[in-house]
Ligand binder design. Structure first.
Ligand SMILES: Nc1nc2c(ncn2[C@@H]2O[C@H](COP(=O)(O)O[C@H]3[C@@H](O)[C@H](n4cnc5c(=O)[nH]c(N)nc54)O[C@@H]3COP(=O)(O)O)[C@@H](O)[C@H]2O)c(=O)[nH]1
Length: 734
């Protein structure tokens, strides 16, 4: 080990060894010039024996495991022997000044550092003295006084040496301990938690740096001796600390608010040493303000709607569960109101989502104003809100009246105009109410009932409320079952196209309308009236519509080989969802190409609502397809807007008078007038006019007399299978 002179000098200073101290030690040992001269005399006598001494000494050292490990190899042994000889040599050399002292300190430090414990150090001295005494006796045995005096001098100088060695051992141990202490203090000071140590009367002993920073204490500000509650004024802290002192059990995770801060405390007993009677308390103070804020934020995200701040679906379910249990315990009623804003989508589409959001926020506020604090207002998503009413009357009639009252208050409140960034908006809602009591039905059914009732309110014209009606529920459930079957109908090839003939005034077939039929394995023939709207709602109309189109085109192609059918036009119904697909034109073209059908034989039937939704888009799509040769008919004409202005924009070939007007010919004069108007409108725009639902000769005659020369209806044939249809045209006079 390389130890600089400065380090040794520093050590000497640390153990306070200077000339004065050495003089004092020598004085105490009664070590004087006589000793020096006796040792010097001995020095001369030992010259011949010191080599033997050292050999003997190391032979002894090598016998012990603990000392042997410091002598790794032969060269080290030789080096150590030389050092040892010089060490013992200097012991009697007579120079005991500062050089000698520093040398002894250096040797002490080196031994301490290599881990040689003092007992081996002392043993070495003992070995040396024990070996030396017989030698000395041999030389001075005849002069007992000189022998004793020399022995005494030898003991004194060895003790002086040993004192120095022990000093270095203790000092280096002390340095190590202080180093560790400083290290531990640095760690404690830099802990993010504040630490307070108090004595058993709850007076502060010390605080760490973090605590000072946490509570803005100045660095030099002495807090020792102050009351714990004085530096940490928390309710109950005193009692909690006393509990720890008396029970000896630590308290952990105590959350407490202090002003704006949230703190988490751990109070635990500590003793300086295990056997100490007196116990101090360590109070660990963590600042969890951010943690709390995050927890609140996370809870807010998990359980509250971010737009309105209302409870979301998860929290709502929780509340409803609670209200159901409460109702079961107290035998009173509760109610759920499903509130769906009417025409919200239109506002969103026309004014943008920002305005839509503003309306939702305002609605949330108004709903909260309509109910008691104990009731819950939640947002399910979109424009759907739910109100949960608790503790309604035990009597069902009374409870219905209470729920109705609140429902009407909500309707009235939502009918008041909303000011949305300066824009005045009138809104309304459809409300479905489901009453419950005594856990008679589970939560999911309560929700389902309210939803059904809300749907009923919607279908009853909106801006109204409805209580749950079991019949309505049954029909919705049937629809759900139908939907499951509908999803598989295409792959199971359960669809068929029926064909209804279209005739001219000369009683000749001019075309047909392809009408979809679902041959359900259990229900039999299902009318499109029962599944087309469901297919629209679920999006299934897209693959179904595609199938209809391709099957119709295949039929057109097949008719090319049939002289009776090769000139027929086949009309195909196109649903709104189908038409609004961006690639609708491509789909029609692809079906024509795939089947090789003549586009001029294909007539697409659109309704007014389909084209008027986006008239520009409709014009583009229709024009693209007309370029290919496809023709267009306006289905159900007369039931919608039927305005001249849009009729002139659309590249239509035909108007199809709705069967409701045809039915009323001869019954309702106004409808007969409408029929006449449609015919003259179509004729003046150069469009064909066809009437559907023609059931009687009288209707047909009226139509013909008024300029309509194409007809479709039961008078000629109901929609029939392809086999029957081809049989039908075969039987017709040419
Ligand atoms: N998107 C699609 N819609 C389709 C398709 N196939 C049919 N539909 C639409 O379903 C609705 C009901 O159709 P359907 O039950 O086939 O009724 C048609 C005729 O059977 C019926 N009709 C015809 N003549 C008479 C009559 O003299 N009296 C009488 N009471 N009913 C008659 O009218 C319906 C004709 O429908 P349309 O010409 O389309 O208005 C119906 O809305 C169909 O459009 C399809 O493949 N895709």
């Amino acid at each position: 080990m390389n130890l600089s002179d400065e380090a040794v000098a520093a050590l000497a200073r640390a153990v306070r060894i200077d000339a004065q101290e050495i003089a004092r030690r020598k004085e105490f040992l009664k070590f004087d010039e006589t000793d020096v001269s006796l040792l010097t005399g001995l020095h001369a006598r030992l010259q011949n024996v010191s080599r033997r001494f050292v050999e003997d000494f190391y032979a002894h050292m090598l016998k012990f495991e603990e000392t042997r490990r410091f002598i790794p190899d032969a060269p080290s042994l030789e080096r150590l022997k030389r050092t040892q000889m010089s060490y013992f040599d200097s012991l009697t050399a007579g120079d005991y000044g500062s050089e000698y002292i520093l040398h002894r300190l250096r040797v002490g430090v080196v031994h301490q550092h290599i881990g040689l414990e003092p007992k081996w150090y002392l043993g070495a001295y003992s070995k040396y003295l024990a070996g030396l005494l017989p030698e000395l006796w041999q030389q001075l045995g005849k002069e007992p006084e000189a022998f004793v005096a020399t022995c005494q001098s030898l003991i004194k100088i060895v003790m002086l040496d040993m004192g120095l060695a022990l000093d270095t051992y203790m000092q280096t141990d002390r340095d190590t301990i202080l180093g560790l202490k400083r290290y531990a203090e640095d760690i404690i000071a830099s802990l993010p938690a504040g630490l307070i140590v108090v004595n058993d009367t709850l007076k502060v002993r010390s605080v760490n740096r973090s605590f000072r920073e946490m509570f803005g204490l100045k660095n030099g500000e002495d807090v020792s001796g102050r009351e714990l509650e004085d530096i940490l004024p928390l309710l109950n802290l005193h009692q909690q600390a006393q509990v720890v002192l008396t029970s000896g059990i630590a308290l952990r995770g105590i959350d407490a608010a202090l002003g704006e801060k949230w703190l988490r405390l751990t109070i635990t007993g500590i003793r300086l040493a295990e056997e100490e009677e007196e116990e101090d308390l360590l109070v660990i103070v963590e600042d969890i303000t951010k943690l709390k804020a995050q927890a609140v934020h996370i809870e807010q995200l998990a359980f509250y709607d971010s737009l309105t701040g209302l409870p979301n679906r998860s929290l709502l379910r929780d509340r409803v569960q609670r209200v159901l249990a409460h109702s079961a315990r107290h035998k009173n009623h509760g109610a759920i109101l499903f509130i769906d804003l009417d025409n919200f989508k239109a506002l969103n589409d026309t004014k943008g989502h920002n305005i839509g959001d503003l309306l939702l926020i305002e609605v949330a506020k108004r709903l909260q104003d309509c109910v008691r604090n104990s009731d819950t207002v939640a947002r399910m998503g979109g424009d759907e809100f739910v109100v949960v009413l608790e503790e309604l009357n035990e009597d069902t009639q009374q409870a219905v009246a209470q729920a109705q009252d609140i429902g009407e208050t909500v309707l009235a409140s939502l009918n008041r105009p909303f000011n949305l960034q300066g824009f005045e908006h009138y809104s309304s809602a459809s409300i479905g109410i489901s009453l419950f009591r005594d856990n008679e039905i589970g939560m999911d059914d309560v929700f389902k009932h309210a939803d059904t009732a809300m749907y009923q309110a919607k279908t009853s014209g909106r801006n109204t409320l409805r209580f749950f009606d079991p019949d309505m529920q049954a029909s919705l459930e049937a629809r759900a079952v139908l939907e499951i079957d509908l999803r598989h109908a295409l792959s199971l090839q359960q669809f068929k196209l029926f064909f209804q003939i279209q005739m001219n005034a000369a009683n000749q077939p001019i075309g047909a309308e392809a009408l979809l039929r679902w041959l359900h394995p259990k229900r039999g023939l299902v009318s499109p009236l029962d599944f087309i709207s469901l297919a629209e709602d679920t999006g299934l109309i897209l693959p179904i519509g595609q199938w209809v189109l391709e099957t119709a085109c295949t039929q057109i192609k097949a008719w090319e080989a049939n002289p009776l059918a090769c000139e027929l036009q086949l009309a195909v119904n196109v649903s709104a969802r189908q038409f609004h697909q961006p690639d609708f034109v491509e789909q029609v073209r692809a079906a024509l190409e795939k089947t090789g059908a003549d586009p001029a034989r294909l007539k697409l039937e659109l309704t007014e609502s389909v084209v008027l939704n986006n008239i520009n888009d409709a014009v583009i799509k229709m024009s693209d397809l007309k370029e290919v040769g496809v023709r267009f008919s306006m289905d159900d004409f007369g039931t919608g807007y039927s305005s001249l202005s849009y009729l002139t924009q659309l590249p239509l070939d035909q108007l199809k008078i709705d069967l409701s007007f045809v039915y009323n010919i001869g019954i309702k004069p106004t409808d007969a007038v409408i029929v006449q108007t449609i015919i003259s409108m179509g004729n003046s725009l150069g469009m064909e006019v066809i009437a559907e639902g023609v059931e009687t000769e009288a209707q047909r005659d009226f139509l013909e007399r008024n300029g309509c020369h194409a007809y479709q209806g039961y008078l000629f044939s109901k929609p029939v299978s392809i086999g029957e249809f081809e049989g039908l045209i075969r039987r017709m006079p040419i």
